[in-house]
Design a binder for this molecule. Structure first.
Ligand code: UD2
Length: 370
């Protein structure tokens, strides 16, 4: 750590950071910070805070520095767009209930936050449409014993309660899947998948497996499907307000970050690459969903991108998540879930996070990964 500080300071010195400031003061040409116009001041603070946050995170791993990112404003949904936003399941969204956060995207898709929708309207609408909702999860290797039972238990309590649900568990050991007593109208199917040599391959192989499953029984029996990581659990109602043709999840660690800092794949040789002017948000691969047709397209795109990368001998920085982010840049999600829908308690307390619906389990990579 001390080395990092020393390195940072010496870099500044070697690049003349101090000398330039002194020179400006002597010549009297520098504009004092209080005289800058408001927009420039905001930009300056954004730059300073993000630079410090970034340094803290990657060099010193000081969690406390991260909390500064809440000062980076999220932006607000334009007044002209608000009345245009009607949701298939929840009707009119109450943007005014959450003035402190961004409640729509630039392509007029809703970003749903606690308080902006009526869960009962969504439940009634889903029942009226007589929907079946699929929930897929992979539990390969040690992820099965460690996480699956808690994941399914919590889903029984909070996921699409009162709706028809079909769980699809993909595992290398179907016989080890715990026996579950399921609620009425809820089914569990288990599919065998091979164990891979590397955890990265397990993570990426999900796209092809899901694509095939969506083209088979899963696609026939479900209207909408959510695809989730297993190392998390539901803590509050996760209902039909989340349903739409193509659903993306804002990543809890990155939703305040400026676009240029987002961890997209930048290597142009990868099919997942986004250049610095590209990208809307950073989406989380631990949760995505949509209609069967939309997800067939998504999984085909990501699986093909991964295959092209492997033929070229490259691997995207965040594997399937990088390809997912590329897909959502090219094909915009029709609904975006706020980080309340998939939250990590390690981030700490945030005023804008009212009711987390799904919580990450603490990461115990040494225990579960090969
Ligand atoms: C992040 C993303 C994940 C994926 C991955 C790719 C989070 C919470 N999740 O996950 O969505 O993009 O990065 O780098 O940030 N799995 C197994 N067995 C294995 C390995 C993986 O079942 O041996 C499944 C399991 O469902 C797991 C998921 O794949 O939850 C993702 O793997 P991970 O949780 O180890 O990866 P992680 O946490 O870095």
């Amino acid at each position: 750590m001390a080395l990092g500080v020393e390195w940072g300071l010496s870099w500044l010195r070697s690049h003349g950071g101090y000398r330039k400031q002194e020179g400006q003061r002597q010549r009297g040409q520098g504009t004092p910070i209080w005289a800058l116009p408001r927009a420039k001041k905001r930009l300056l603070w954004q730059l300073l805070l993000t630079a410090f946050g970034f340094l803290g995170l990657y060099l010193y791993r000081l969690g406390s520095l991260r909390s500064l990112e809440v000062f980076i404003p999220m932006g607000i949904c334009p007044r002209a767009t608000m009345p245009l936003l009607r949701d298939n399941f929840t009707g009119v969204l109450r943007h005014w209930a959450r003035p402190e956060v961004l409640t729509c995207t630039s392509w007029a898709a809703p970003i749903i936050w606690d308080g902006t929708f009526d869960p009962q309207v969504a439940e009634q609408e889903a029942r009226r449409q007589n929907l079946t909702i699929g929930l897929t999860v992979f539990a390969v290797g040690r992820y099965l014993e460690k996480y699956l039972e808690h994941f399914l238990d919590s889903a029984e309590q909070h996921f699409m309660v009162g709706q028809s649900v079909v769980y699809y568990v993909f595992t290398d050991r179907p016989e080890a899947v715990p026996y579950m007593t399921l609620g009425q109208g809820r089914l569990l199917r288990v599919e065998r998948v091979p164990q891979e040599n590397r955890w990265q391959d397990v993570s990426m192989a999900r796209m092809r497996t899901l694509h095939e499953a969506l083209g088979g029984q899963l696609g026939q029996e479900a209207d909408y499907v959510f695809c989730l990581d297993v190392d998390q659990h539901f803590t509050s109602n996760f209902g039909p307000e989340t349903l739409a043709d193509l659903v993306a999840q804002l990543h809890a660690w990155h939703y305040h970050w400026p676009r240029w800092l987002l961890p997209y794949e930048r290597d142009k040789r990868s099919a997942a690459a986004l250049s610095f002017g590209e990208g809307d948000f950073y989406y989380h691969a631990a949760l995505f969903g949509g209609s069967v047709a939309a997800l067939r397209k998504l999984t085909a795109h990501c699986a093909l991108g991964q295959q092209l990368d492997s033929e070229r001998g490259v691997e995207a920085i965040w594997h399937d998540e990088s390809h997912l982010n590329k897909f959502f840049w090219l094909y915009k999600p029709t609904k975006v879930l706020s980080p309340e829908f998939c939250w990590d308690l390690q981030i700490g307390w945030r005023t804008e996070i009212h009711t987390p619906r799904l919580l990450w389990e603490p990461k115990e990579y040494a225990l579960v990964r090969n």
